[in-house]
Design a binder for this molecule. Structure first.
Ligand code: ADP
Length: 295
């Protein structure tokens, strides 16, 4: 199965023609509360794609926490290792203007309490076949999770988002790094994706860079990098496209599919998700992915 060690947030999204400047009040047009957090998003994407998924993380004992748990469970994610803390559920406070640009404040809340793994958590990690990590929990948690997984031969996939320095203690135990173009440039300081990817292989044995509508670029030590194009679709909302991609990639690899087939499935699922609004609500079910690939 798949273990996700990661964040759960409630996204509070306010839409207005123009974002207010400091000291100013503007009238908005719409407000949404949307379950999110990269950890929860990847867990939901993987479960919807047919994976057996367990999520390690934390929420508060509040309405947002209960709502997040409800969405995870409804998608089939095992939330028994999602702890309830006295800190409030993490939130992302988002303002979206008429042009679609956004400004975001994230409050870690309960996510910030996940600084280590319990013995029970370690058991979940080591009995999985794939561990999914992102950088929205305290870095100590990711380091501990990756180390436990690596010792047990569990494949570790890291989404290096949001961008922050990655200690070698984490890099050392990552099997597959999955940045988007911006994160790749932040990590390597190199703009050209192919050149950056090759330089990344000094740190990790394999990497896949997502390229939006262009699909993805995969590279592994000792192999020439190759490109897997994305299906052509009309995108309406690319929120969580990257999380859908990684969640579905993990399921395909856990099922023993080869990397080329797994990347095709991940591209297909992400392309399906960008045609619908929302994060978790836009993620495709397994039969939709299968049908899309047969088209
Ligand atoms: P992120 O959402 O993390 O910024 P990307 O924008 O690179 O990541 O998108 C992740 C994946 O989603 C891509 O590799 C691709 O498979 C799919 N995707 C994103 N945008 C589109 C699009 N316009 N058309 C088709 N697929 C897309």
């Amino acid at each position: 199965g798949i273990c996700v060690l990661g964040s759960s947030n409630m996204d509070l999204v306010a839409f207005a023609e123009r974002a207010p400047s400091l000291g100013e009040t503007v009238m908005g047009t719409r407000f949404l509360t949307v379950p999110g957090g990269k950890g929860a998003n990847q867990a939901i994407a993987a479960a919807r794609a047919g994976g057996a998924v367990r999520m390690i993380g934390a929420v508060g004992g509040d309405n947002f926490g209960r709502a997040l748990r409800g969405v995870l469970r409804a998608s089939g994610v095992d939330d028994t290792a999602l702890r309830e803390t006295t800190e409030p559920t993490g939130i992302a406070h988002i303002v979206v203007d008429g042009g679609g640009s956004n400004a975001i404040i994230v409050i870690a809340g309960a996510n910030g309490t996940v600084t280590s793994l319990s013995v029970h958590d370690e058991g979940i990690v080591t009995s999985s076949s794939v561990l999914l990590l992102q950088l929205e929990l305290p870095i100590e948690a990711a380091i501990a999770g990756a180390a436990a997984a690596h010792r047990a031969g569990v494949r570790v996939i890291l989404t290096p988002a949001p961008s922050r320095p990655i200690p070698d203690a984490l890099f050392a135990n990552v099997d597959l790094l999955a940045p988007n173009q911006h994160e790749l440039a932040d990590i390597t300081g190199i703009r050209d994706p192919k050149t950056a990817l090759v330089s990344l292989l000094e740190k990790v044995p394999a990497a896949v860079v997502t390229l939006g509508s262009e699909g993805c670029l995969y590279g592994a030590r000792g192999l020439p990098p190759f490109h897997v194009p994305a299906p052509k679709v009309d995108a309406v909302d690319t929120t969580a496209a990257g999380d859908t991609f990684v969640g579905v990639l993990a399921v395909a690899l856990a099922e023993g599919r080869d990397i080329v087939e797994a990347l095709h499935r991940a591209n297909a699922a992400a392309a399906l998700s960008v045609q619908r609004a929302g994060a978790s609500s836009s993620m495709p079910a397994r039969d939709e992915i299968d049908a899309f690939l047969l088209r």
